[in-house]
Design a protein around this ligand. Structure first.
Ligand SMILES: [Zn+2]
Ligand SMILES: [Zn+2]
Length: 148
């Protein structure tokens, strides 16, 4: 597991290659996401941000989350209205997320065969999918172990 600091360093490198500016507040919000195992809502992020930035406002958080999402640094989990930091910054991908229905755990995975099967099939339907992540819901390993 990479530390939040290592992930932030990767993000900074990624931003250099993409010509993006990662302001201090953008870095702070990214770090908040890197430090949490589970995806967070904008409200959760604001609550954590307020511990160090008492004057932070919801609008600012939304604006920054929007920027981070547009630039693929984070993924928005549509069904839960939460955000997860991207784990595969260095290569282009369509995000696929495993989401635990019990504990909220999320993990970004890459099933290349799934992506190519989806793309091939979508062509037959003349359907152009948006960039929203593919969400796979279920029960994580940890929760399965404690289920019975
Ligand atoms: Zn990703
Ligand atoms: Zn779980």
């Amino acid at each position: 597991m990479k530390t939040a600091e290592q992930r932030l360093n990767e993000a900074l490198q990624y931003c250099v290659t993409q010509g993006l500016k990662l302001t201090t507040l953008r870095q702070t919000i990214l770090t908040i996401l890197y430090e949490q195992a589970n995806p967070l809502s904008a409200y959760d992020i604001l609550r954590i941000l307020k511990l160090t930035h008492p004057k932070a406002e919801a609008m600012t958080v939304y604006r920054i989350l929007n920027f981070l999402e547009q630039n693929h640094l984070i993924h928005r989990i549509t069904s839960c209205n939460t955000y997860a930091a991207c784990d595969m910054l260095m290569h282009e991908h369509h995000a696929q997320l495993l989401l635990c229905e019990r504990c909220g755990y999320a993990e970004e995975i890459e099933i290349k065969q799934l992506e190519s099967a989806v793309q091939t099939t979508l062509k037959q339907y003349h359907f152009k999918a948006s960039a929203k992540p593919t969400e796979i819901f279920g029960i994580c390993e940890g929760c399965q172990a404690t289920a019975n």
